[in-house]
Design a protein around this ligand. Sequence first.
Ligand code: BTN
Length: 326
Amino acid sequence: MELKKQVLSLLEIARGNSISGAKLAKELFVTRSAIWKAIKALQADGYGITAVTNKGYCLTENNDILSSASITPFLCGQALDMKIEVHKKVDSTNSIAKNLAKNGASQGTVVIAEEQINGRGRLGRAFYSPPSTGVYMSLVLRPKLSLEHSLLITTSVAVAVARAIETVGNVKADIKWVNDIYVNGYKLCGILTEASIDFESGGLEYVIVGIGINVATQKKDFPEELQNIATSIFLDESNKMPIRSKLIAEVLNNISQSYERMTDKEYLDEYRERSFLLGQEILVIQGEKIETALAIEIDEQARLVVEFKDGTRKPLNSGEVSVKKQ
Ligand code: BTN
């Protein structure tokens, strides 16, 4: 590993506390001057590192640059085995993860970016992904499941992400079927699940779970069409703290915990509790057709059961639903 990355790892572990140049040099088997050069390079990359005589180097508490080293100290359990790569600016982390998966990347490969220039949402929409104020991450999964289980993957990930947002962001996270996360009626997070099918076995070859969370984007900084729809965890600039690494780790910890058990469907009760559409009049948009319906329940396959005006009920697998404005 490059010396700069090794130094960063040690500083991340000690975040907020100083480590002397001598100690860093000893642990990494290099000279103090090599450490000094690595620190300068990290500072030039924007890392908040202070150097205090007789104390050493300290990565400031509020440093919020994402790196695999900044996320790893918060990982636990099986998430520690994940392979994390962090990019500055990409087209779309889902597209990168998909390419990696096509080329054999293993389950647990995670692609993260500080910014996406072509962030993709569901139904061909764009996902606004400005630099440094959000979490844009894609995870490669290789579930031994058939296509009909894909809704379980999507919905169990939604619960895992909602929990992470609540733990780290201290907000109440609701779910809008199928996998949008809302806070106080505004969208905070979107999840795009893309799957490749193995035609021979009929099973899933790989699944890419792409998660986009607005963390510190100010209302005024969202594009106009999103200003009355979207929100972020910290709308107040003064609250901007280094939570993105913690949030990413918490998402990965939660997903790795729930992933193996998703077919037990135990998470579905929590999914239902968090679902704010249930009992509401909604618009069901399928292709060109828009119909009013009542959201009745989430069934055992995680489908949304709706009742149309004529009393007929239908379980929805996919498509777009929205709350009907009164
Ligand atoms: C939606 O709201 O419709 C889903 C949005 C999913 C956005 C995430 S951000 C990381 C990953 N990369 C993408 O291009 N999209 C997903």
